[in-house]
Design a protein around this ligand. Structure first.
Ligand code: PSU
Ligand code: MN
Length: 302
């Protein structure tokens, strides 16, 4: 069901109306999260991987002011090539962008919102935004956390990067009543690494179990989504010392340059890629693939 504000691609519309599995994918990770051309290659590979695992991919973006679920390869190429020239679009940005017919790459928050409008229950990304270090003075808390509290979409991620304050991120999710489920782990994964030292309240062993939890959440009329934390496969993990050092250096750079607001996360991500000589990008790509596979399995069970 397309509407004046929402456009579903033909394959996504067909899959939804036939009751086949569909998973959403975001586009800020394409325009702001990775360099070109790896961003486009990764986005297209995620789509192929979803299909191989039986789910139709719905990559989400704002184009000409319309919310799109399901993009063409040319549209993905456009978002990747334009990179940070494309607006990073979160929930707050959508109304005026629609009025003005603008283009934007959707964050986790905006992608969840579009997924819910389109009727897509599962969404795969790399990492979510969270509570930034120093948030007690900056109040920089990602809109992704609020969206998880209010919008009924299950988000599969590899945890949150330790550019964030992981402890405060978990506290915030607890306060807002968001189910946070470790997939075969008792610990919040730290994106580039499997372990953060922060225990999770619950774990699940199979995609079936997670799908059953999503169905139960719906049946309870429970407003809000779910966070599924899926650790990066061990063979693609970054060495812990190297990544910690890169993150500390990136944070120091951001402070020196006075980076604030929505520029913080993209700045830190590209600094970490540079400081690790590109190694972190390889891990980033693999953990996204791992999340796409799990999201497709969950969608197939729903
Ligand atoms: N984490 C990543 N790569 C990304 C992002 C997060 O590993 O590209 C993006 C997501 O789109 C997420 C956004 O929604 O950054 C969070 O931005 P902020 O911290 O400004 O809310
Ligand atoms: Mn922020």
């Amino acid at each position: 069901m397309s509407s004046p504000v929402l456009i579903l691609s033909k394959p996504v519309l067909a899959a939804l109306s036939e009751g086949r599995p569909v998973i959403a994918l975001e586009s800020t990770i394409i325009s702001h999260g990775m360099p070109y051309p790896q961003n486009v290659e990764t986005a297209l590979a995620c789509e192929r991987l979803a299909r191989e695992h039986g789910a139709e991919p719905a990559t989400v973006a704002v184009l000409g002011g319309k919310l799109h679920a399901g993009l063409t390869a040319d549209q993905i190429e456009y978002l990747g090539k334009a990179g940070t020239k494309i607006r990073k679009a979160s929930r707050r940005d959508l109304p005026l962008m629609a009025a003005r017919g603008e283009d934007g790459a959707t964050t986790v928050a905006a992608t969840m919102l579009v997924s819910a409008l389109a009727g897509i229950p599962v969404f795969a990304t790399g990492g979510i935004g969270g509570v930034h270090r120093g948030a007690e003075t900056t109040m920089d808390v990602s809109a992704d956390l609020e969206e998880l509290a209010r919008t009924p979409v299950a988000v599969v991620c590899a945890g949150a990067k330790s550019i964030l304050d992981l402890g405060l991120t978990l506290e915030y999710l607890e306060t807002r009543g968001v189910p946070v489920i470790g997939y075969r782990t008792d610990e919040l994964p730290a994106f580039f690494t499997r372990h953060s030292g922060f225990p999770l309240p619950q774990r699940a062993e199979t995609p079936e179990e997670i799908a059953a939890a999503i169905r139960a959440q719906r049946a309870m009329g429970y407003p809000g989504g779910m966070l599924v934390a899926n650790p990066i496969p061990g063979e693609y993990e970054m060495p812990r010392a190297a990544i910690s050092q890169a993150i500390e250096d990136a944070l120091a750079d951001a402070r020196r340059q006075g980076v604030t607001g929505k520029d913080v996360t993209p700045f830190l991500l590209s600094a970490v890629v540079r400081l690790t000589g590109g190694e972190s990008l390889k891990s980033n790509i693999q953990l996204v693939y791992n999340n796409v596979r799990l999201a497709a399995h969950i969608a197939a069970c729903l």
